[in-house]
Design a protein around this ligand. Structure first.
Ligand code: BTX
Length: 327
């Protein structure tokens, strides 16, 4: 942690309280003048402090800015989110995360940006990522799991995002197989999992997560107006993005550690309990096949099972799924 991070951590540990310059200088291991300089820098970053002679400093307002210091201060995890690379504007956080992972970035590293000019969806699609309104981030993980199990990480991520949204906003979210989070019939979050592997060994995964947090209706281009929504539009309230990310990291780590030790069963149960897909009639389009039927469950590996009208059960590994009226 750098000095700014240590100072923010101290204020986080003492919410609403004054901390003396002397105490801060001891905690940071630097002079009181250095503490003062860092406080001034934090002020320029948008933090507001009250300074009272003899009492010290008190943090009044922290900006909703996605900085490494802000996210790591008060983060309650062992490794997820402990390293943060925060950018203002990038094309996409995904290639940056791949580069960082290839250079040896630790598991749990987050790469995020206030704006993406070329945000990526699946299959070459685009992800609309305007400035300051959303959470556009890529998480690096290095699970020791066989390749066929890697799609389970997308489902694990979806379950963790869904829980974060539910607990932070109280909104009723549903997961659409495999990677979208919906509120009502509109998409509020998309997940893009990319893999780097050799023969049967996973080197790392980069999980891209895009959450429309504080977008208002005018932030969406016309083609998204009918299909996209944001947490703010749905709840009427501004989302504290830093807190949202911290909570996501906590839930993800909890779910991930449990998964590494005990397997997929819990994720499967939570996914099914929050599913938009299970029980619905769907049109499935895979690379080689078109299929109509009812989505009935996930199998033990996380593969979607669809039963056609003749009663045959098909396993769907990777596909686009559209919803249709009951026959
Ligand atoms: P997807 O292919 O399932 O969804 C992309 C489709 O969703 C688009 O074709 C469009 O119809 C719609 N869409 C585009 N932008 C939005 C939006 N902001 N809200 C709702 N719907 C939208 C989903 O792919 C995976 C998205 C991952 C995004 C993250 S952000 C951080 C990371 N960096 C990056 O470039 N991508 C990931």
């Amino acid at each position: 942690m750098n000095i700014k991070q240590v100072i923010l951590q101290a204020f986080h540990d003492h919410p609403g309280q004054f901390i003396s310059g002397e105490e801060l200088s001891q905690t940071c291991g630097c002079s009181r003048t250095a503490v003062w300089k860092h406080i001034e820098e934090l002020r320029k970053d948008g933090y507001e402090f009250e300074a009272v002679r003899k009492s010290g400093y008190r943090l009044l307002v922290a900006p909703d800015r996605l900085s490494a210091a802000e996210i790591t201060a008060g983060l309650n995890t062992q490794r997820i989110g402990q390293q943060v690379m925060a950018h203002d504007e990038v094309q996409s956080t995904q290639p940056l995360a791949h580069e960082a992972a290839a250079r040896g970035a630790e598991e749990g590293t987050l790469v995020l940006a206030e704006q993406q000019t070329g945000g990526k969806g699946r299959l070459g699609r685009q992800w609309h990522s305007p400035k300051g309104t959303g959470i556009w981030m890529s998480l690096i993980i290095r699970p020791a799991i066989p390749l066929p199990k890697t799609p389970q990480m997308t489902l694990l991520t979806a379950v963790s995002v869904a829980r974060t949204i539910r607990e932070e906003t109280g909104l009723p979210v549903k997961i659409k197989w495999p990677n979208d989070i919906f509120i009502g019939d509109k998409k509020v979050c998309g997940i893009l999992t990319e893999l780097n592997a050799e023969s049967d060994r996973v080197n790392y995964l980069v999980i891209g997560i895009g959450v429309n947090a504080n977008s208002v209706a005018e932030d969406f281009p016309q083609e998204l107006a009918e299909i996209a929504t944001s947490l703010r539009i749905e709840s009427g309230e501004q989302v504290k993005r830093v807190r949202f990310i911290q909570q996501f990291c906590r839930f993800f780590e909890e779910e991930y550690d449990y998964f590494l030790q005990n397997g997929f069963e819990r994720v499967k149960a939570e996914w099914e309990a929050n599913s938009y897909t299970i029980g619905r009639w769907v049109n499935v389009q895979t690379i080689s096949q078109k299929l109509e039927g009812r989505a009935i469950a996930l199998d033990d590996e996380g593969v979607l099972m669809v039963q056609d009208q003749a009663g045959a059960i098909h396993k769907v590994y990777s596909a686009d799924v559209n919803y249709r009226a009951n026959p």
